[in-house]
Design a binder for this molecule. Structure first.
Ligand code: IPE
Ligand code: IPE
Ligand code: MG
Ligand code: MG
Length: 334
């Protein structure tokens, strides 16, 4: 998949003070508060469950993108904070349903909801969180932002359903479509929504989309690499979990290009030998091959492109934070 070339544009200038760091951390603290707040009188179980999910951790990448883009565009905290909180709530809701679908026991080092509650209750809590996410985003009072929120959720769900039909398929285009839907689309939402609030022109909105898309793809490729070579104590997920579920990711795709005659690839993908020991052996071969480095190079190219796309925006601490996020996305171990 080709990277889009960087278009040269003259920088736009917005007057900004240098209080950026404090602004972002105080806005992030307000986001945390909103994530814990539910309307008066709503069920105690919801209150406790959602608070526990939020307190279990999470890197808060999406709200950080949203708040730093908002800061870079000189948008006030009033719409930016509930927007960032709504996006993080949306992300957390997708994880609740995802863990139920994937039968995962732990997430962020703690027990998943589906391992503590019935499936019915897990679905309902997830649904409530989707509604709360929309409710928070609606506080922006901006129909274009609400529309983008709804479209993003449709893309994510469409991707999740497509994924059920593309298991054991080794195809690079299918892979990129899948990771766009499950990860990059929400990064696009996080970057574009503040641009919509600011009323940016189409060209700059497209640039924010492309920033979100490239950073999201880089982030997910690294997630997929960590599934092969990560330390499960750090990632909190079992090594090789993706392939065991039939999810073919970039390391295996690149391994198959580099080793076209490896009989295990064909065997595992065509159901001739889907024995767990054979899958383990294939995972080990991929992990010990150059494919992992090749995949990391691909992620680095996307992250670099994401970072370069921001060059036309004002040179502020907010922009530096976003560019640091691009670097961190491909250096992370969790
Ligand atoms: C997990 O996202 C799901 C993916 C898209 C890989 P994160 O890695 O951002 O999860 P948290 O919020 O930090 O737990
Ligand atoms: C999680 O997908 C992302 C969404 C539900 C949108 P995965 O199932 O691939 O991610 P992890 O490995 O559980 O975090
Ligand atoms: Mg999943
Ligand atoms: Mg999962």
């Amino acid at each position: 998949m080709a990277l889009n070339p960087v278009i040269t544009e003259s920088p736009i200038q917005t007057p900004l003070t240098d209080l950026s760091e404090q602004v972002v951390s105080s806005r992030l603290a307000s986001v945390e508060e909103l994530l814990h707040t539910l309307p008066e009188g709503h069920n105690q179980l919801l209150q406790e469950t959602i608070s526990n999910l939020v307190d279990a951790g999470g890197k808060r990448i999406r709200p950080s993108i949203c708040l730093n883009v908002a800061g870079m565009l000189d948008i006030s905290g009033e719409p930016a904070v509930p927007l960032a909180a709504g996006i993080e709530m949306l992300h957390t809701a997708t994880l609740v349903h995802d863990d139920l679908i994937d039968g995962a026991d732990t997430r962020r080092g703690v027990q998943t909801l589906n391992s503590q509650l019935t499936s019915h209750m897990t679905v309902l809590v997830g649904d409530y969180m989707f509604a709360r996410a929309a409710n928070l985003v609606a506080q922006t009072d901006n129909v274009a932002v609400m529309d983008l929120f709804a479209e993003t959720l449709m893309v994510i769900l469409n991707g999740e359903i497509d994924q059920q039909f593309t298991r054991w398929q080794l195809d690079e285009d299918t892979y990129y479509r899948r990771i766009y839907a499950k990860t990059a689309a929400m990064f696009v939402l996080s970057a574009r929504a503040p641009g919509l609030l600011k009323g940016l022109d189409q060209r700059r909105l497209k640039r924010l989309d492309e920033f979100g898309r490239c950073l999201g793809l880089a982030f997910q490729i690294v997630d997929d690499i960590l599934d092969y070579n990560g330390d499960n104590k750090k990632t909190g997920k079992p090594v090789g979990g993706d392939l065991k579920q039939g999810l073919v990711t970039l390391p295996l795709i690149l391994y198959s290009y580099q080793n076209p005659d490896d009989e295990l690839v064909a065997g595992v993908l065509t159901e001739h030998s889907r024995d767990p020991a054979v899958i383990e052996e294939l995972i080990a071969r991929v992990r010990n091959s150059g494919a992992v480095y090749a995949a990391l190079d691909e992620a680095r190219r996307y992250a670099k492109n994401a970072s370069d796309l921001l060059q036309v925006f004002p040179d502020t601490t907010y922009r530096n934070n976003l560019q640091a996020l691009c670097r961190h996305a491909v250096e992370r171990e969790i």
